[in-house]
Design a protein around this ligand. Structure first.
Ligand code: AMP
Ligand code: MG
Length: 484
């Protein structure tokens, strides 16, 4: 393994230094023929990395982990996790590496991480690899989420490795370079707790406070304040998912961050017809992670975080549980408030407007199985005087007319609505079309889709098909696959 002589990438290794028990030094597998598929130039520049250099052979070797910047110490991170409700004490980065932490020109610290970089000691039965399709999916969906204003981990770029990955069929392999506020998860805290080393748990919590919620350090009870800060960040995050119609698909505790960023775009998708029971993951047969369950599941995940943190809350377990229950009790009201504020904004209403208009609209959306994204844009058209498009979506029931009359009487601001309601979300049929073409070697549909989702609030001529829902025969049976 060679070390790049001339890169300007300076990586710290704060996680590995402060939490060595959870950081296993490791290196990426060699990629036989690395070829850059996509790079986010804007993100690169924001990190102080020269996009032109990242596109060079040396830069691409960094993006697949073949060259490690001088001084960097790549590690596989250890974490546990509840997967579909069952606890796995030892998950960890089975096919990923934390290259290190990068300080952006704006002073923020960001993880630089690789996914699909080969087997690690956490790989269990996995091959350590990732295929081009799922890595490009993470790239485009995380781009869309960022453009939609939803907190998310980012994809700096995807490199095809030249290696064949065996799934149901042989597929081209790829590595994704991920940038995140950090990769600390609920499952990281569960791991520290499971070691029964109270000092490690404390060190991890203090690390998380410094990294994400520094204001907690000044609280009377910093570790409780950390937990409350994670509750708030995650309540706000899942409210954003619900408002934009995002289904994560695999909300295991190892996929729930302490930062409040969305992580791990596996079997995720966006709603077409509004239905709370919507599930896209092929392995979620019980519907645990259905669209409408997401707030409840997140609350469950946060309860697991509270359990893991109990020894930090109080020496007396009863007292610790009392504190945890009270802190977790904030989740519901904070989620409801975040959702209501978002719904008011989507409806073009002032912050003091009647919040029940949002709840009632959900009932109408559900009754009509209307398209969430199209309905909000059609509502802005109604606010400007033409209610035909929204009536076509919501149907002719008297409740629709009644709701529209009351909403219009509240004086919605159509221009404000168009600034927060997207025209374009990455629709499942278009994502599949783009990934199928990319897997076969044609990146043009993927690049076009990327262009569409990066400017989601603009109705652009030539992009009409990116605003339209899937043909009905596509929607009902759509499934995506996890762990690929
Ligand atoms: P995920 O469902 O992608 O969040 O992954 C759950 C766990 O499975 C993590 O510990 C991953 O590192 C591991 N994993 C997923 N896919 C693979 C793979 N192909 N090879 C090795 N480990 C994997
Ligand atoms: Mg994961």
């Amino acid at each position: 393994m060679s070390v790049a002589p001339s890169t300007t990438v300076l990586l710290d290794h704060r996680f590995a230094r402060e939490l060595p028990e959870m950081a296993l030094p490791w290196r990426a597998e060699e990629a036989p023929d690395p070829r850059l598929l996509v790079l986010d130039d804007e993100l690169a520049a924001g990190l102080g990395l020269d996009p032109a250099w990242l596109r060079s052979p040396e830069g691409v070797r960094l993006l697949v982990g073949a060259e490690v910047p001088a001084g960097a110490q790549p590690v596989a991170q250890a974490y546990s996790g509840h997967q579909f409700g069952g606890f796995s004490p030892r998950l960890g980065d089975g096919r990923a590496l934390l290259l290190g932490e990068l300080t952006a020109p704006d002073g923020t610290l960001r993880d630089l991480h690789l996914k699909g970089s080969g087997r690690t000691p956490f790989a269990r039965a996995g091959d350590g690899l990732a295929a081009v399709g799922p890595m490009l999916r993470e790239h485009v969906i995380s781009q869309a989420m960022h453009a939609l204003g939803v907190p998310t981990t980012r994809s700096l770029g995807v490199v095809a490795t030249g290696r064949t990955v065996l799934r149901e069929t042989p597929l081209p392999g790829a590595v994704l370079a991920r940038v995140a506020a950090s990769h600390l998860r609920v499952g990281s805290v569960q791991y520290a707790r499971a070691t029964r080393d109270p000092e490690l748990l404390r060190r991890l919590a203090d690390h998380a406070i410094r990294r994400h919620h520094p204001q907690a350090a000044d609280a009377e009870h910093p570790h409780l304040a950390l937990f409350e800060a994670v509750v708030t960040a995650q309540a706000q995050l899942v409210a954003r998912w619900m408002l934009v119609g995002f289904v994560h698909g695999v909300m295991n505790t190892d996929n729930t961050t302490l930062s409040g960023e969305t992580i791990d775009y596996g079997p995720c998708a966006f709603l077409d017809a509004y239905d709370p029971a919507t599930v896209y993951s092929s392995i979620d047969t019980g519907g645990r992670y259905a669209y409408g369950n997401q707030p409840r599941v997140l609350e469950w995940n946060l309860a697991r975080l509270a359990e893991a943190m109990l020894p930090l809350f109080d020496e007396d377990e009863d007292r610790a549980v009392e504190l945890a229950v009270a802190a977790l009790g904030r989740f519901r009201p904070e989620y409801d408030a975040a959702w209501a504020a978002g719904a008011r904004a989507k409806l073009g209403l002032r912050p003091d407007a009647d919040a029940s208009l949002g709840d009632e609209l959900v009932t109408l959306l559900e009754g009509a199985r209307a398209d969430l994204t199209q309905t909000f844009r059609a509502l802005a058209v109604a606010a400007r005087g033409d209610d035909a498009p929204v009536r076509a979506l919501l149907g002719a029931a008297p409740a629709v007319g009644d709701w529209l009359a009351r909403w219009l009487a509240a004086g919605p601001d159509a221009d404000a609505m168009d600034r927060v309601n997207p025209v374009v979300v990455p629709r499942n049929h278009l994502v599949e079309e783009a990934l199928t073409a990319a897997t076969a070697g044609d990146l043009a549909p993927f690049e076009r889709l990327l262009d569409a989702v990066r400017r989601p609030f603009e109705a652009r001529p030539g992009f009409e098909r990116y605003a339209a829902p899937a043909p009905p025969e596509f929607g009902a049976s759509y499934r995506t696959f996890c762990g690929t």
